[in-house]
Design a protein around this ligand. Structure first.
Ligand code: ATP
Ligand code: MG
Length: 873
């Protein structure tokens, strides 16, 4: 069965069991402080398990893009080394939100695997949770009883907490689970070793394919378990592993999900898959990581220096490194695979097609820059090795190896490999110590402690009323304390309803205050969204927590933010009109002070284009277009009406559309009622963010006024300084610059003439002492002129001893030139002379034997120096 059909069969099976098919949530999570990437199908439904909001359907199925490279689920080091863990993979899942439970899900899973997909029952094992004393949890006899109706009892195995109690993270929904494992070894192997002994033993042909989680607890901050309001089902089946089973191959990489990529890697690199272990690992790593990185970029997450972007960069670098080390690729090549991936998976994931060029360019540029880093690292390592050889040491200091890795991005494995090729080794322990120290430091710096929610009102879901109101009387439904090094102690408060906008979609959260009935005021310093709730951050709690509180949004900040958000839509519209339809939003930040917009575009936006864009936006402002808001559009209808959505954004079935004239976007942010409220739009900068991504920063309303006030103030200052109010200041400045240039020229000529005159006077002043023509003088010429003068005199006077003292403020220089014959005949040395005479000007110097100079800081000593020179003869 082809992989496409495997996916389709799964979804249809559950659709027939009354499940609604939904689409995958983005793999990169944007509005959840606790999770960077989707690591399981259940992530997007967390808020339903927690009871924060109600699902539209209580039975759902999908195929979810997952990434397991950080946090609780991190498979990165396994990937490529084994044949069944990926960084990015698809998880097929079905869910019950407070609907069916163990009985149904167990029998359906069995039906699908054995009857629909036709997997031999004798290849399957299942596990159940054996219970855990420390958690006070019993053995899952209920699941056992359902399973024994379907499968031989010796194929039902007990599993411990590590394997059979599923948790998403340190806190949150969790529960016991039943896993389904498959044994795909040959008959002979099965006869030799009982499959049951290999379950959960990391055997590449006895692997878990499906996990059925019975979600019924919430893990609290103190580690205890609390019952969730309802019981749920959450299942996840690895799509690539299922394909391996159904396509009768022994590795995920031999399924049609991976073979096209592997064939392409063989073509590009000239290495054949299946020859040596190291090369095979490298090829698998590259095929796997290319997918992870491409899907992330398509989701709007570019490689960068922090957060999710950093993780993506590290994944890509791991692939580059394997290519560099084991496939000998010193030039970018991974980007070429994007074509194959897009062709192969572009139907199921259209973002791979529409974003193809961007993905390709970003990867290519990252490759080129990391390969340069590798080259630099190699040079550095070479010099370390040379050092080791010269002092006979055999082991590279672990700290140095770590520094190479941490500061220069040079991988540890490569360091180890290169050392071993030279019969040297790395101090592994020292490396680990240095690494651990750094990790501890950064953990300490970012550690946050989150207490459990204190729940006061546990009734309905919270209502957002902030599109219409900036004030409301509310009750506190729950609160908790969060302590971090960065922000200190903060309280998170949830109200039964709120006019505060929680940070999302690039728009920052509202600020404002809460006032209790008793008049006690608490400032709300920020507002965020978490698991479908709006969370208000405060430095302290109101004295009385119960009762009604008045909450008020800072109207001025909100108005400025709204102006910037609407302007962002108009800017987006302007760019698509003026630069072309290829312009897509790649990032946006809307604050009260300014807005920032990142977009795909292949070249710098010219000054003329920027003016055109500005004019377009300002024309829409002048047109005074009214806001046309629809909060209850269906997604399909909105798209049909021409609304623009974002890649990598999660949209529900019901969407909100924001229209101003021809601008039409899916958006949850706050906007002005009329474009006239924006007053004016001004671009303040245009720059590059990454290959093919540009950034525009701009301001609106009062900020524009402040900007122009500031500009006009400096302009007035310039005019005042120029004392020339009638003329255009730029012309005045150009005139000044011209004048300055011609004055400079004139001075040079004057200096030359002066030196010329001086030469004649000096030659005439020569005193003959003991057959030496001695000339001494004091001048204020610059160093260059003095040197020229000295050499010109030397050309005309025989047996010359010339000394020139030059004063420039407090600074003094002495220049001595001797005829070359004097140096020999009288054994005089200009260098020695200036060093000796330099004492008078409190300085030192040197030079050749016939020409030397000294500099000092006592100009008053020049006369004494000249007098002393005469004594020398
Ligand atoms: P394993 O023990 O094999 O790492 P797991 O216990 O981490 O699996 P779950 O968290 O239960 O797996 O995820 C559900 C299913 O997703 C698994 O049964 C498996 O089929 C698949 N899966 C998990 N991790 C990966 C991965 N890194 N690559 C591919 N498929 C995976
Ligand atoms: Mg795992």
């Amino acid at each position: 069965m082809k992989s496409k059909q495997i996916r389709q069969t799964f979804l249809e099976f559950f659709e027939n069991k009354k499940h609604q098919i939904v689409s995958s949530a983005p793999m990169v999570i944007k509005n959840d402080p606790t999770l960077m990437f989707t690591n399981a199908g259940m992530n997007q439904f967390k808020e339903y398990f927690l009871g924060n909001s109600d699902p539209k359907s209580n039975r759902v199925t999908d195929s979810q893009k997952c990434l397991r490279v950080s946090g609780k689920h991190n498979d990165l080091e396994e990937v490529g080394v084994d044949t069944y863990h990926h960084t990015m993979f698809e998880m097929l899942g079905n869910w019950s939100f407070g609907d069916y439970f163990k009985k149904e899900v167990i029998s359906w899973a069995w039906e699908l695997l054995t009857e629909v997909y036709g997997i031999d029952k004798d290849c399957l094992y299942v596990t159940i949770f054996e219970g855990d004393k420390s958690e006070n949890l019993d053995r899952d006899t209920e699941a056992y009883d359902y399973w024994k109706e379907l499968i031989a009892e010796d194929r039902i195995l007990n599993g411990n907490k590590a394997d059979n109690f599923w948790e998403m993270g340190a806190q949150g929904p969790c529960g016991p689970c039943s896993e389904i494992h498959v044994d795909i070894r040959s008959k002979e192997e099965k006869a030799a070793v009982d499959g049951a002994t290999l379950v959960n033993m990391d055997h590449p042909q006895v692997v878990e394919i499906w996990n059925l989680v019975f979600m019924q607890y919430n893990r609290m901050a103190d580690g205890s378990l609390k019952n969730l309001p309802n019981q749920h089902v959450d299942t996840g089946m690895g799509f690539e592993r299922l394909a391996m089973v159904l396509q009768n191959v022994q590795s995920n990489y031999d399924t049609d999900v991976f073979t096209p990529l592997i064939r392409e890697i063989e073509t590009i690199t000239g290495h054949t898959y299946g020859k040596t272990t190291q090369e095979d690992i490298a090829i698998r790593v590259i095929a796997d990581h290319l997918r992870a990185v491409s899907f992330s970029i398509a989701d709007g997450q570019l490689p960068s220096n922090n957060g999710a972007g950093y993780v993506i960069r590290m994944i890509l670098r791991r692939a580059i490194r394997y290519g560099f080390t084991y496939l000998g690729k010193k030039e970018p090549f991974i980007y070429q695979l994007v074509n194959t991936l897009s062709k192969q998976m572009g139907d199921a994931f259209p973002e791979l097609k529409s974003q193809k060029n961007l993905i390709l360019n970003v990867i290519k540029e990252e490759e080129a820059s990391f390969l340069r880093t590798l080259e630099n690292g190699l040079t550095l390592l070479d010099s370390m090795i040379a050092g080791m050889k010269s002092d006979g040491s055999k082991t590279l200091d672990g700290k140095k190896a770590f520094e190479l890795n941490d500061t220069y991005g040079f991988p540890k494995e490569l360091t180890r490999l290169i050392l071993s090729e030279q019969g040297l080794e790395m101090d592994e322990e020292g490396f680990s110590i240095a690494l651990k120290k750094q990790q501890d430091d950064s953990r300490k710096a970012s550690a946050t402690e989150t207490s459990d929610w204190t729940v006061l009102v546990d009734d309905d879901t919270q209502e957002f009323i902030g599109y219409d109101k900036l004030e409301a009387d509310v009750r506190i439904s729950q609160y908790r304390k969060v302590t971090s090094k960065k922000d200190g102690e903060l309280y998170q408060i949830v109200f039964n309803m709120t006019p505060f906008y929680g940070e999302s979609g690039g728009q920052t959260g509202d600020k404002g205050y809460l006032e209790s009935a008793s008049g006690d005021t608490v400032y709300i310093v920020d507002t965020k969204k978490e698991n479908g709730q709006t969370v208000h951050l405060t430095k302290n709690l109101p004295k009385e927590i119960g009762g009604t509180h008045k909450v008020v949004v800072d109207a001025n900040q909100r108005a400025r933010t709204a102006a910037n958000h609407t302007a962002t839509h108009l800017l987006h519209q302007a760019m698509r009109k003026i630069l072309g339809k290829h312009v897509e939003q790649k990032g946006s930040m809307v604050r009260s002070a300014s807005l920032r917009f990142d977009f795909s575009h292949f070249s710098k936006v010219s000054p003329e284009e920027l003016v055109e864009i500005e004019n377009f936006v300002n024309a829409r402002i002048r047109e005074q277009l009214s806001l046309e808001e629809n909060r209850n559009n269906t997604y399909d209808q909105a798209i049909e009406d021409g609304a623009i959505g974002l890649f990598g954004e999660k949209y529900g079935d019901v969407v909100r559309t924001i229209k101003f004239g021809e601008s039409n976007e899916l958006c949850g942010g706050t906007h002005v009622k009329n474009t006239g409220d924006i007053w004016h739009f001004k671009i303040t900068s245009e720059s590059a963010v990454a290959s093919g991504i540009r950034r525009i920063e701009a301001i609106t309303s009062d900020a524009v006024k402040d900007f122009f006030t500031e500009q006009s103030k400096s302009f007035e200052e310039i005019k005042a300084v120029l004392k020339n109010p009638t003329k255009n200041p730029a012309e005045s400045i150009v005139a000044l610059q011209d004048e300055n240039a011609s004055l400079k020229k004139e001075i040079e000529q004057l200096l030359k003439a002066k030196a010329g005159n001086l030469k004649g006077d000096l030659i005439a002043s020569a005193k003959s002492i003991n057959g030496v023509n001695f000339i001494a003088t004091k001048t204020d010429l610059d160093a260059k002129s003095v040197k020229e003068l000295a050499f010109n005199i030397e050309k005309e006077v025989e047996n010359l001893f010339l000394i020139i003292g030059a004063a420039n403020g407090d600074k003094a220089t002495l220049t001595v030139i001797l005829s070359k014959n004097l140096v020999e005949e009288k054994s005089l040395d200009a260098g020695k002379i200036v060093r000796e005479l330099g004492k008078h000007i409190q300085g030192g110097g040197g030079g050749q034997s016939h020409f030397a100079t000294a500099g000092g800081k006592n100009a008053a000593g020049i006369d004494a120096a000249l007098a002393a020179a005469e004594e020398l003869i």
